[in-house]
Design a protein around this ligand. Sequence first.
Ligand code: ZN
Length: 151
Amino acid sequence: MDLQDLYRDVILDHNRTPRNFGPLEGSSTDVQGSNPLCGDRLTLHLRLAGDRIEDVRFEGHGCAISTASASLMTEAIKGRTRAEALALFERVHALLTDDAAAPDEGLGKLAALSGVREFPARVKCASLCWHTLATALKSPAPDAIAAVSTE
Ligand code: ZN
């Protein structure tokens, strides 16, 4: 299976059946993100236990790519530490924006996101949830964050 097939299959699957979609009881951090270019809006719910992301869910409305990317992200970061999740953000960001970046092993299904590079107008759709996550994890007081925007 080449990367374009993987991209299409993974995006379709995760848009049709988003993982970890809905409210999160006992969340410790809730951050809103929006991509005005496309109209994507999401709220990321995190439950942090010490340094670890114990649980994560998301809600919102967006295009297929923004929904699928958020679904993939929640699967990838659940159970990870703050530092691991931020490292993953850096790798995915490179994958989305750097034409020379090859998906490395260990990214799993996230590698499919490199297919978004074929559609430059949609990069912000795919990166919205990741920017929202990074902002939430880097802030000492996440609940004080104004909404994250890709603009
Ligand atoms: Zn979008």
